[in-house]
Write a protein that binds this ligand. Structure first.
Ligand code: ADP
Ligand code: MG
Ligand code: ZN
Length: 549
């Protein structure tokens, strides 16, 4: 026989870990996994018991527990029943892992062909006492392929008294020949609410005081595994005694409070790289594991992103209501794009730190990169902001993408001023051109103001007619003109633009150039891309070169 885990009921240790002490004995006690419970209950009620089951799912979600409950249901003296009595010899022995006909095999250490041959032999004999022989094979994916082959025939045509339950965290590693002969149940990760409720109940039974915050920390530590959360609870009780303190429990589990993670987002809001370096320094001085921190940071950004997308009442974030509220507030300071970028970067950082010999440096550069990433704006957005007339739309706090304010006129402007034609006559007050020019100048749209000054502008009906020399054509931006006109003349006007080369002032392009070159220049200047570029960045086209020549 393979090595078999037999119960040691008589030599039970003085302290029993909580996970074992509170292993559910009936379907009702099992948290979550409703689909598994109902299906099995119905099957038992209808006496339609399969000979092979596969229970798959994350560790600590109830696979072994349910397998044992199933064994009880089948072998209880009252049974087969979905509600085993709990007091007969079979029920009691199964609880204590000492039942002669319920055989638990750890496939991690009994995975070879010889063990499976032994098992095949064992299967042939009738149960020693009970109705069924139940084989619970844990870590079933570890069984070698020859061993699976040896088992195949048995699973295909087992004696009527045999039930196999193959438990695994990796169902995909079970050969299809086996899965196709079994009923497959996948066990789900247990949700945050269920976990905290279960732990609150256990704490009550044990006379342990634990507030919502502590329970949240423990539930988060379990990541969906009841067993892992209960192990964390054990640790917390060993450390704190009968009153659990959130800060102590966090320190114990290497978890980070929302406040300590918030330092990172605060530094991001204020684009403060120096603050980031201080965060790392504080972590190191307090002896925190930096890799651990980077993992928590990734989880933090993930939660912020989910809050940003789904709102504070989302059930996709494993946190208490108060924490979710706080997360939603923090998330509202960032855009979805920012947060996804931060999440990606923090995942990269976590990955890097796992192999890093210099975790501190990696963390430092990682956090500084987060600040830099916050300054990235999509180019489209940057262009829109730069070229929009009037007050700029508010820029996210973490994204100071605007160029530094100009001090004094640009060299181009000075240069142009020198070469611009002298104004001949004063423009009459109230002249549309002069009014527009003044307005644009005040708005700081100097290029457009310049161009307007060199144009002829009239208003006919709802049209604003603009006739400008070719060389100024590219300074005109219909939208900016329309906006300005609405401001200046108090009504919407349609901008109608035309060029006129008669009386053209000295072109900013080399005037000595021949006709051919002038044409090329005019075509280049009229190019929408070039126009757009100049609207946004200002500057001036000095020379047009045909690269094909
Ligand atoms: N769904 C659940 N409901 C209640 N307790 C659970 C559940 N899943 C796991 N546990 C707890 O975790 C312990 C280990 O569960 P177990 O069934 O051995 O997990 P698995 O076999 O899926 O790894 C149990 O003793 C029990 O205390
Ligand atoms: Mg198990
Ligand atoms: Zn019973």
């Amino acid at each position: 026989m393979p090595r078999i885990t037999r119960g040691l009921a008589s030599t039970r240790p003085m302290y029993q870990v909580i996970a074992r002490k509170y292993r559910p004995q009936t379907f009702q006690d099992v948290v979550n996994q409703e689909h598994v419970k109902t299906t099995l209950e119905n099957a038992i009620a209808q006496k339609r018991i399969a000979h092979g089951y596969i229970f798959s799912g994350q560790r600590g979600t109830g696979k072994t527990t349910v397998a044992r409950i199933l064994a009880r249901c089948l072998n209880c003296v009252e049974g087969p029943t979905a509600a085993p009595c709990g007091v007969c010899a079979s029920c009691l022995e199964i609880t204590a892992s000492g039942a002669p006909d319920v055989i638990e095999i750890d496939a991690a250490s009994n995975r070879g062909i010889n063990e499976m041959r032994e098992l095949r032999e064992n299967v042939r004999y009738q149960p020693a006492r009970d109705r069924y022989k139940v084989f619970i094979i844990d870590e079933a994916h570890q069984i070698t392929s020859e061993a699976f082959n040896a088992l195949l025939k048995t699973i295909e045509e087992p004696p009527p008294w045999v039930v196999f339950v193959l438990c695994t965290t990796e169902a995909h590693k079970i050969p299809a020949t086996i899965t196709s002969r079994c009923q497959h149940f996948s066990f789900r990760s247990v949700g945050f609410e269920d976990l905290t409720a279960r732990m609150a109940w256990i704490c009550q039974q044990e006379g342990i005081e634990a507030d919502a915050e502590v329970l949240a920390v423990l539930a988060q530590a379990g990541e969906g595994s009841v067993r892992d959360s209960l192990s964390a609870l054990d640790q917390a009780i060993a450390c704190c005694g009968s009153t659990l303190d959130a800060a102590e429990v966090r320190a114990l589990l290497g978890a980070f409070s929302l406040e300590s993670l918030e330092m990172v987002t605060q530094a991001l809001v204020s684009s403060d790289s120096r603050r980031m370096l201080e965060v790392v320094d504080e972590l190191e001085r307090n002896g925190h594991n930096l890799q651990h921190f980077s993992r928590e940071l990734a989880r933090y950004f993930r939660n912020l992103l989910v809050e940003r997308i789904s709102g504070a009442d989302t059930r996709l974030v494993a946190a208490s209501a108060a924490e979710r509220q706080k997360l939603a507030e923090i998330a509202s300071q960032f855009s979805e794009e920012d947060l996804s970028r931060y999440l990606q970067l923090s995942l990269d950082l976590f990955h890097d730190l796992q192999f890093s010999l210099q975790p501190r440096f990696h963390l430092e550069i990682g956090l500084v990169r987060l600040v830099q990433a916050g300054r990235l704006l999509p180019i489209e957005e940057a262009l829109a902001q730069l070229s929009a007339p009037g007050p700029r739309p508010p820029v996210p706090a973490a994204s100071p993408a605007q160029p530094p304010p100009r001090t004094g006129p640009s060299p181009f402007e000075l240069d142009r001023a020198q070469r611009a034609p002298q104004k001949t006559a004063a423009t009459p007050a109230g002249d549309p051109r002069e009014r527009l020019h003044t307005y644009l100048h005040e708005k700081g749209l100097t290029h457009l103001a310049d161009a307007v000054e060199n144009a002829r502008i009239t208003i006919t009906g709802a049209d604003l007619n603009v006739i400008a020399p070719k060389s100024y054509a590219l300074y005109f931006n219909d939208r900016a003109m329309a906006d300005a006109a609405r401001e200046v003349f108090g009504r919407p006007l349609r901008v109608k633009f035309a060029t006129d080369d008669a009386g053209e002032p000295a072109s900013p392009l080399t005037p000595a150039a021949g006709n051919h070159e002038e044409d090329a220049a005019a075509r280049a200047l009229a190019n929408p891309e070039v126009r757009r570029f100049r609207e946004v960045f200002g500057g001036e086209v000095r020379k047009v070169r045909n690269l094909k020549e």
